[in-house]
Design a protein around this ligand. Structure first.
Ligand code: GLU
Length: 421
């Protein structure tokens, strides 16, 4: 039988990184097994907020490349079906009314148990299971009722979800049994913690997929990184493509212990992925990112600046700070110009009629100018860098000057030269 799994996010806001990781495990499992991955929205109303959240969840999943099979479904559409099942359970004596609500009669003796793929055998003594409310007095089915019923109706074979749901599982299992349906296989995946051992929260850094996207991480980085939160193919392999992840993924190798979200490792990994992109592709990603984040910068110039930064940034959002001087005026600080006026004037003279105006010729001309002033290159180039880029840290100076062009370079040298005098 082909497997069928689902992700069932509650549409309460942006897609959280933990839900994205769980979605990824479901998706990898489905694709590895040649089965289906469904998207099910656990909504209890149809407000504008829900509609927005649903759009955002889908955007984030698409950005990560986690395609789902068939149309997404809404829990709210199943309310009537849930109520009918509740009526039947009432009629069969498997549920009872309690102050207007409907409660499911849990078994009192023995244990409810399942073999969890990640956790191994889990047993709950039935005397500890309370008779759970399945329909509230206002007629709305509860999560613990609607969710397993949807699993039944959707033919879900494997429920892969966060291990915070373990206490819900014995309740859901008994409900599925009571309606005479087949019990799915359960796999409860570990929580994600920060490096300090606390549950991941805003304090640690970005939380939503959308925030990581805005910070300039690549989707392939996120996919690779998220896959390793609780899963590893072996003790060593770290960098894996989407296809490799699909090929190697197995629930058996998901660890039961909490995984740690290491933001530094994420930056490192993103740098690796950025550097590995073919340069045209890198430029394309930069343009996409800039467009999404409100930077209306000349595409041709971005494309020409891209190779100057590709080796130097770990996230796309570093580009505006690092290479913004190609696109907007600079405001170098006098302190940074550090009495460089003589060198700035010398640089201006060296470049004013230089031909060709390319990086090797610019380098030779500026080195010669530094020699004439008897300055060491490092000493000489610092004020030039600050004058033309506005910063002490920049892409390669000579390549930057070439791209910036003679006119802008000369005017920046002039302006800075007068304030450094
Ligand atoms: N809405 C629940 C969650 O996001 C779904 C739990 C489940 O998969 O059953 O945690």
């Amino acid at each position: 039988m082909a497997v069928r799994v689902r992700i069932a996010p509650s549409p309460t806001g942006l897609l959280h990184i933990g839900t994205a990781r769980t979605a990824l495990f479901n998706w990898l499992f489905a694709r590895h097994e040649g089965g289906e991955f469904r998207l099910r929205i656990e909504n209890t109303d149809t407000s504008r907020e829900v509609a927005e959240a649903v759009d955002q969840i889908q955007d984030s999943l698409r950005w990560l490349g986690l395609d789902w099979d068939g149309p997404h479904t809404f829990q709210l559409d199943r309310m009537e079906d849930c109520r009918q099942v509740a009526e039947r359970l009432l009629a069969d004596g498997k549920a009872y009314e309690d102050e207007g609500a409907i409660r499911f009669r849990m078994p009192d003796e023995g244990v409810t148990a399942w073999d969890d793929i990640v956790r191994g055998r889990i047993e709950y003594p039935n005397e500890k299971l309370e008779d759970v409310v399945i329909v509230r007095s206002d007629g709305r089915p509860t999560y613990n009722f609607a969710s397993p019923m949807e699993d039944v109706w959707d033919g879900i074979t494997h429920v892969i979800r966060g291990d915070d749901h373990i206490p819900n599982t014995p309740k859901q299992l008994n409900i599925i049994r009571a309606v005479g349906a087949e019990i799915p296989v359960y796999a409860h995946v570990p929580m994600i913690f920060g490096m300090d051992g606390n549950k991941l929260s805003k304090r640690h850094g970005a939380q939503a997929v959308e925030e990581f996207r805005t910070a300039g991480y690549l989707p392939e980085t996120m996919l690779n990184f998220l896959a390793l939160l609780g899963w590893a193919p072996d003790g060593e392999t770290t960098l894996m493509s989407r296809d490799e992840l699909v090929e190697r993924f197995s629930l058996e190798r998901v660890s039961p212990s909490p995984s740690q979200f290491d933001y530094q490792k994420l930056d490192w990994m993103n740098g690796v992925y950025l550097r590995a992109l073919p340069s045209a592709e890198f430029a394309h990603r930069l343009l996409l990112w800039l467009g999404e984040n409100g930077f209306d910068w000349d595409a041709e110039r971005v494309t020409r600046a891209a190779p100057l930064v590709q080796e130097k940034i770990a996230r796309l959002d570093e580009f505006p700070g690092f290479a913004g001087f190609f696109f907007r005026d600079v405001d170098p600080s006098e302190a940074d110009l550090d009495g460089g006026a003589p060198m700035l004037t010398a640089a201006e003279e060296a470049l004013i009629a230089l031909e060709p105006f390319d990086a090797p010729a610019i380098e030779a001309a500026l080195r010669a100018a530094a020699d004439r002033l008897e300055l060491k290159p490092r000493q000489a180039f610092q004020p030039i860098r600050v004058a033309v880029t506005g910063s002490k840290v920049s892409p390669g100076l000579f390549e930057s000057i070439e791209l910036l062009g003679r006119e802008t370079t000369l005017s920046r040298l002039r302006v800075a030269g007068s304030s450094a005098a």
